[in-house]
Design a protein around this ligand. Structure first.
Ligand code: BG6
Length: 476
């Protein structure tokens, strides 16, 4: 197992809130090598003691149950070095001493600094075999910048030692989608255009942009969420069964889905997509401010877009993808709406009021699976059958947290398992589709729709939101 983590962006929010706490848990559970150590790096001119002083309360806050012994055990293994990521020489100097160890470099930094950082790592010998590289999303901000990053880094390190993170793939609830799809006959039998009417994939957040404006104002929801997490969920829902669980067999199937996505045409932009930005409002009784990015920023905080997968299994089935910040609640769900039964036998209710089956996977905050059926269970004991909707519900009581996703991803990267990481061709194919959407928006001059914080998005959002959300909203 690899034993040394070279962590860039060590003072950043992701590292402090998720990466170090994940390492603390792994260490406490005895899952890291005996001589595991971390070189933390960032621009701030701290020394190691100062860095440890900053990190300690963050660890205590993230993991209140952690013992002081475990925290000290982690802090002892970390030292800090200030580096200038635009200067490959400074990076090389900071990593050279680890050449004799098995290093994993983790880039939790803006993608604009990936190339110079990797040049520095290569100069310091930290990208040659057996060293590995973990990269946070996003890889670039469009196809061209992604291609440039992939190509430049590809010239410095082989693909089989690169681990591109999409932390949604580390979530147990997301992995469960594969288990449910390929571990059951029931689903596969109906999992196609003959039985499925539409699919909705939604990642709703109640948090706002908060302190991440410099990144978010250049990215927006489409590049921040749809390009990565939502397209990965789409792949898991729509892909063909892989021949095995080997990493490349899974990734082969995912990339086929991405390549089958129909580019958005500017003529359909207004019908097939909506973008919005939140204004002031209230969430859970608390006032929330408007998002005001710097002048000239095109960043949207809400996206609804209908994806069409042009292949035999999915021809004609719309996949409605939705994500937004400052929505009423945090929930990630996939709603699969089945077609109505072919021939309706019952008088009560009449055909128009029969509800087609609906299967919903809620992935967070609580894992939960719901199946909507029609039944006469609650009807009269005799007389004509009277059907009513019935909800079968399976609730998994454990909340799954992002930190746990990173624990899994660290372990897999240290052990060399690529199944939960994104391959270079997936990144390219995902950006190709995202570019088609953002280009169509530009060509069609698609307006930015305002929506009050705490609402379910702009007016047209209901065309994309899961049917259950729209129905709940109407009944409120
Ligand atoms: C990140 C995005 O990748 O995922 C954030 O950059 C978003 O904008 C976050 O808030 C959501 O992750 P999770 O695990 O909290 O659903």
């Amino acid at each position: 197992m690899h034993d040394t983590l070279l962590l860039f962006g060590a003072t950043g929010d992701l590292a402090q809130r998720y990466l170090f706490p994940s390492l603390l848990r792994l260490l406490g559970d005895g899952l890291l090598p005996e001589d595991f150590r971390v070189r933390a790096m960032a621009l701030s001119p701290h020394d190691t003691d100062k860095f440890r002083d900053i990190l300690r309360p963050r660890l205590e806050q993230a993991l209140p149950q952690a013992s002081q012994d475990d925290i000290n055990n982690l802090l002892r293994r970390i030292d800090y070095r200030s580096v200038d990521l635009r200067d490959p020489g400074s990076i090389a100097d900071a990593v050279r001493e680890f050449n004799g160890r098995h290093c994993v470099s983790y880039l939790s930094i803006p993608p604009g600094l990936y190339i110079s950082t990797c040049e520095g790592l290569a100069l310091g010998g930290a990208l040659s075999a057996p060293h590995r590289l973990m990269l946070e999303k996003p890889i670039g901000s469009d196809s061209d910048s992604a291609a440039q990053i992939l190509q430049s880094i590809g010239a410095l390190i082989d693909e089989d030692r690169v681990f591109r993170i999409d932390h949604y793939l580390g979530k147990a609830a997301v992995q469960n989608l594969m288990a449910l799809r390929f571990g059951n006959t029931l689903l596969e039998a109906v999992w196609n255009r003959n039985y499925i009417e539409s699919v909705h994939i939604m990642v709703a957040e109640s948090d706002g942009v908060d302190g991440r404006d410099s990144y978010y104002s250049r990215s927006g929801a489409m590049r921040d969420m749809v390009q990565s997490h939502i397209l990965q969920l789409l792949c898991l829902v729509a892909m063909e069964p892989p021949a095995s669980l080997e990493a490349d067999r899974i990734r082969d199937e995912k990339v086929k889905v991405l390549r089958a996505l129909r580019p958005l045409d500017a003529r359909h932009a207004a019908k097939d997509s909506v973008r919005g930005r939140y204004t002031a409002g209230t969430i859970n009784g608390q006032p929330a401010q408007a998002y005001q990015p710097p002048e000239g920023s095109e960043a949207e905080t809400f996206v609804g877009v209908t994806a069409h997968i042009d292949n035999w299994r999915w021809a004609g089935v719309p996949f409605h993808l939705v994500t937004g910040k400052r929505l009423p609640e945090r929930t990630t769900r996939i709603e699969v709406n089945l077609k109505p039964v072919t021939h309706w036998l019952f008088e009560r209710p009449d055909r128009r009021h029969a509800q087609p089956n609906r299967l919903t996977f809620q992935l967070q905050p609580q894992e939960n699976i719901q199946l909507g059926l029609m039944s006469s269970l609650a009807g009269p004991e005799w007389g004509a059958l009277e059907l009513q909707p019935l909800e079968l519900e399976l609730s998994v009581p454990t909340g799954l947290h992002r930190r746990i996703a990173y624990e899994r991803l660290f372990l897999d990267a240290f052990n060399g398992n690529h199944a939960l990481f994104v391959r270079d061709d997936e990144v390219r194919a995902a950006w190709a589709w995202i570019d088609s959407v953002t280009d169509a928006w530009k060509a069609a001059d698609l307006p930015m729709q305002p929506y009050p914080a705490g609402s379910w998005g702009p007016d047209q959002a209901h065309l994309f939101l899961p049917a259950a959300i729209v129905a709940d909203e109407r009944s409120d």
